[in-house]
Design a protein around this ligand. Structure first.
Ligand code: SF4
Length: 476
């Protein structure tokens, strides 16, 4: 078997990929046809659409959703145990997938993102190649997903039109996620909102395949209809504890990274809000102009990044403005507003990991009524411990009712321990909600404002049909 693999490595022309000296197998044009590219799942709504777009470009992509303790064990076996937890999990998940026997190891490739910043996320790919080699799978190609030109492979190209398509899908994903989160906690018939998400993913995919859904007017139409269809889901009017999730990008979104945090919070009868993925892309784009402003340097690339960012922010504005027309939804804030919130709290030159964006997302959630926050922190993540856990005191100075709990995720942290800490935070949240309800009663204010669904669909579509909840800010 070892000999067969060695022969395969030779045949596949093992070469040094990129500037790094760790050898890897290049993903060639010829592989595009017969190979399946395996991608670790992170944000399910967004990644499903990204997968469909890549599929339309001729790539056979599969999202890895295997889970369980075996993944952590695989990761610990092949990655040094002081490596960031997300890297350990992603690499463990990939190795677990190969060993599951579900895939032909000579016909798969892995795709991994490289952020290109100063953080270790730029180097995960080398850790993966090393782990694959150590495990005897050095012949499997690893494709780098990055927009900073760090590694190029002839078989996978991120062209400018493709990047724009992927970003459009992320904007749709943010809108869908925001609306789904605000409905699913209150829906009368469980699962309706999730089915609607599926419907929209397939509908948008069909549009993408036809080359539609990418222009601003088409996006406007889609968001209008999307909001109307979510509005039409019958909901019960019951005040719930509203919880926001922030943290390092992988543990924030991936259920594998955060031990099914969203599911746990739903079981605890909470409404959950997770800030959008586009903001992370905009934050990454913002690094160049920010660095150039603070330290000087290449102003041309800073100007290009600013121009691209402006375009993406325009798409974000379409999503925000359309959702904002429906008063029972809280529309996600714009990137520029989120950025403005950190003034006087943390410098915008703080760009390692999630940097200032992590602090900003906590402030943004408090502002929108999600003052109960779980700040997910992976083991080995110094930048996010500083900008997350390290900023809690400062945030509470500005927002005294912010109820934030930092939770560490690492191979040895038990789920029970994490959930007990979250339950303590929820106990405080429920107490705050009770006080607020009592105060409302004294002032003859309703706990949940009367449903105003009728006629709140500004386009006179499905929103007229069914009344549903109104949102209460616990911290007002
Ligand atoms: S952000 Fe944290 S977890 Fe991610 S690469 Fe950097 S140090 Fe590691």
């Amino acid at each position: 078997m070892v000999k067969v693999r060695k022969r395969a490595e030779k045949r596949l022309d093992v070469q040094t990929v990129g500037r790094n000296r760790i050898p890897g197998v290049a993903f060639t044009k010829e592989m595009k046809d017969g190979y399946t590219i395996l991608v670790p799942m992170m944000a399910p709504i967004h990644f499903s659409m990204l997968k469909n777009i890549l599929h339309d470009q001729g790539y056979r992509v599969e999202l890895l959703e295997n889970s369980g303790q075996a993944i952590v064990e695989e990761g610990l076996k092949y990655v040094h145990n002081d490596t960031c937890y997300p890297a350990l999990l992603i690499i463990g998940q990939m190795l677990d997938a190969i060993k599951s026997g579900k895939y032909d190891e000579n016909k798969i490739a892995f795709l991994m993102s490289q952020t290109g910043g100063g953080c270790r996320a730029s180097n995960y790919i080398y850790l993966l190649r090393r782990a694959l080699k150590k495990a005897g799978y050095g012949h499997i190609p690893v494709v780098s997903f990055n927009v900073s030109g760090m590694e190029k492979s002839s078989g996978f190209r991120l062209t400018i039109p493709l990047i724009f398509k992927l970003i459009t899908a992320i904007v749709y994903g943010d809108g869908l996620m925001a609306m789904n989160n605000q409905i699913k906690a209150y829906e009368i018939e469980k699962g309706r909102s999730a089915r609607l998400v599926e419907h929209w993913i397939s509908r948008l995919t069909s549009q993408f395949n036809e080359g539609e859904g990418f222009t601003i007017p088409q996006m406007q139409n889609n968001f209008r209809e999307m909001a109307a269809t979510f509005t039409a889901i019958p909901c019960e009017h019951k005040p719930k504890v509203k919880v926001g999730i922030v943290g390092e990008i992988y543990v924030k979104y991936a259920s594998l990274g955060n031990n099914n945090l969203e599911e746990f919070l739903a079981e605890q009868d909470c409404e959950v809000m997770v800030p959008g993925l586009l903001d992370f892309a905009l934050y990454t784009l913002d690094a160049k102009p920010e660095n150039s402003r603070l330290y000087g340097g290449n102003t041309i690339s800073a100007l290009v990044c600013e121009a691209i960012s402006r375009y993406f922010q325009r798409m974000q504005k379409v999503m925000i403005d359309t959702i904002a027309l429906y008063p029972n939804f809280i529309a996600p804030p714009s990137f520029s507003h989120t950025k403005s919130l950190v003034e006087g709290v943390i410098g915008t030159g703080c760009l390692m990991g999630e940097g200032w964006l992590l602090t900003a997302e906590m402030l943004e959630l408090v502002e929108n009524g999600y003052g109960n926050i779980v700040c997910t922190q992976p083991f080995g993540c110094l930048p996010n411990h500083i900008c997350g856990k390290g900023m809690i005191r400062k945030i509470r100075e500005r927002e005294p009712l912010a109820n934030i709990v930092p939770i560490d995720y690492d191979p040895s942290a038990t789920k029970v321990n994490q959930e007990n800490r979250i339950k303590l935070m929820l106990a405080v949240a429920r107490e705050n909600m009770r006080h607020e309800q009592e105060a409302n009663k004294k002032q003859n204010k309703p706990d949940v404002p009367a449903p105003s669904r009728q006629g709140t669909d500004p386009f006179g579509q499905l929103g007229r049909m069914i009344p549903r909840l109104s949102i209460v800010s616990m911290l007002n």
